[in-house]
Design a protein around this ligand. Structure first.
Ligand SMILES: [Zn+2]
Length: 168
């Protein structure tokens, strides 16, 4: 009796299939979208944010200062533990996030970045919450619209600079 192995990120695929198109249209400075999914020993996070809210501008970097700002943002996603803190008891660790940046200037002057983070947890039963520390690294970020998929249930909520902890 084999238990079917769910392809990585599949929960997110389903979610994105259901609500991805509308989420992509919701570009609002200071507001980012975060999908949080637990699956077995994995915790998967997918962030979509206006570039403005992370680096302060949305055009192609035009000078060294702007290039450095983009590089610093990308570097911060190399250490996802500094941006997202799952329950300590679950002993989760993450590989560097995959960051996707728009290439070239967009027609309407707006641009989003996407990042995907996968944590693997040694004690997934203890995985009960997530503190989002993005707000410390990115002062322009005000709100996070969160879609949470945990224990087979899906729910939506919102985090702010004051309310950073997501529990399930
Ligand atoms: Zn914008």
């Amino acid at each position: 009796m084999h238990k079917a192995i769910v392809p990585l990120g599949c929960v997110l695929c389903l979610l994105l299939g259901a609500g991805g198109a509308s989420a992509a249209g919701a570009h609002q400075h200071g507001v980012a979208q975060l999908t949080v999914a637990t699956e077995g020993n994995r915790l998967e996070l997918e962030l979509s944010s206006p570039l403005e809210s992370l680096v302060g501008f949305e055009h192609e970097p035009r000078n060294d200062k702007e290039r450095k700002a983009v590089q610093a943002m990308k570097d911060s996603f190399r250490k996802p533990e500094a941006l997202f803190a799952p329950s300590v008891a679950a002993q989760c660790s993450a590989a560097p996030a995959e960051v996707e940046l728009p290439g070239g200037d967009s027609k309407d002057g707006h641009a989003d970045m996407h990042a995907a983070v996968a944590f693997e947890c040694k004690t997934p039963a203890a995985l009960k919450d997530l503190e989002v520390k993005l707000f410390d690294s990115f002062p322009r970020l005000q709100r996070l619209k969160v879609q949470l998929v945990a224990g087979g249930k899906q729910s939506g909520t919102e985090l702010t600079r004051q309310k950073r902890r997501l529990a399930w």
